[in-house]
Design a protein around this ligand. Sequence first.
Ligand SMILES: [Zn+2]
Length: 533
Amino acid sequence: MKKFLVFCSFLSFIGFAIAQKATKAPSSPKLVVGVMVDQMRWDYIYRYQHRYGENGFKRILKEGFTCENTYISYAQTVTAAGHASVYTGSVPAINGIMGNDWYDRGKKKMVYCVEDDEVKIVGGVGNKEPMSPKNLISTTITDELELATNFRSKVVGVAIKDRGSILPAGHAGDAAYWYESSSGNFVTSTWYMKDLAPWAASFNQKKLVDSFYKRNWELSFPWETYVQSNINDPAYVKSPFPRKLEANIGKNYGAIASTPWGNTLSLEFSKSAVEGEKLGMDSITDFLAISLSSPDYIGHAFGPNAVEVEDNYIKLDRDLANFFEYLDKKLGKGNYLFFLTADHAVAHVPAFMTENKLPGKSMKANKRAETETMKKFGLTRLIEAQANYQFYLDRNYLDSIGADFENVKSYFIDQLKKDDDVLTAFDNDEISEANLPAEFKEMFQKGYNQKLAGDVQVIYKPNYFFGGATGTTHGSMYPYDSHIPLLWMGWGVNQGKSNRKVYMSDIASTIAAILKIQMPSGNVGSVIHEVVK
Ligand SMILES: [Zn+2]
């Protein structure tokens, strides 16, 4: 009997060992893959769901976790601020990325978020300005991964837009690659390397962009099936499908950015990065930070009610399915941590809103408040610069003529408030005094960077913005701009969904918790505990 028991326990030990071997998961994910969709509204997951296949968005919903109520926590809902917030777990007040651009009073010029004249472009024809993460003043989750592994992790950023690649790859990233429209090459800068990695150079040589142009932009389904979009009003139909792209071959390399092929090209380059840098091929976790820029270009041109946008998401869904299939084969299903979110969402086209008796307006420039203020105080000028709906008053000039700065400022604010299109305006030094609901006030506090901000903030009514009869934009505090998707799948992720309100700035903390590494230096977010296994 005793012998039999020993024999049984021996058998069960063998069985246990075999089971262990068969199911043994790595103790950390081989690779973290972050996909930022540049300009994705949360509702696109559901608006077009009947159009999606089983292996793209629907696979994430089935196998992974969705945070249905994810918001941007600061007011400037634009690309650079969004990428910086996701990866720093922080807000413009702390991480220094106050917008795509802001005004530098010292240098007396506008500053672009990732400009850096101390570096040089690598791998291109040099028509683009040199770029680096220099202006980002806190660490990123990718930096923290490098610190946690004594720089043994590999971190690569990929996007068509420079800022979409550079900010996520952080300061310590091995490389950030972005697309140079003049050459059709993915390029980088001397911040990361002296010469382009050989795999990237050979990818560029293939000029895949031309092979996509050859295939034009064909719709995925017949025109009349795009019932979620405006197929009847000729004002919104720019030109018939298929969109001819062949004429761009060999010359207009920038045109791909405004087509769904921009997503395909970025994901093909990402696969080359996995191969070339051997991402996820050893026991140390690597990070591939992808940003898909094309949805933003398409979205700006056509708006959320357009066939172009619907077709972009149908194609993106297929591209994602294809990318998951690649990662499953390469790294093993469940061995990588995947998340998808957006840097911001977008508003409906104002003219479309008006046409349908919905609130919204395409505004014209209005200098009334400025003119009135100048008249009142006998000024020859008042505003030095404008950015992110903020006015930088000409402090030096006002000083030089002995004007009472506080008086001038408060009169200007009162005048702005009188304009019909304006919801409210306030003094940036006294955001806490602004007459706004607490949630919105907090968004301005989190977006206010004391070193970089203007003096006066103006807020227009919902769905009011400057522009023409077509096209749309984002950048406001309103939920059509600030409500974004947040989807998780793979290593360390629970299956399920939550309707709890969480924020873009919680993403870095959650990744830090899953990877068991430190959160970034300016982190303000919290772990979304429902996501973590
Ligand atoms: Zn945009």
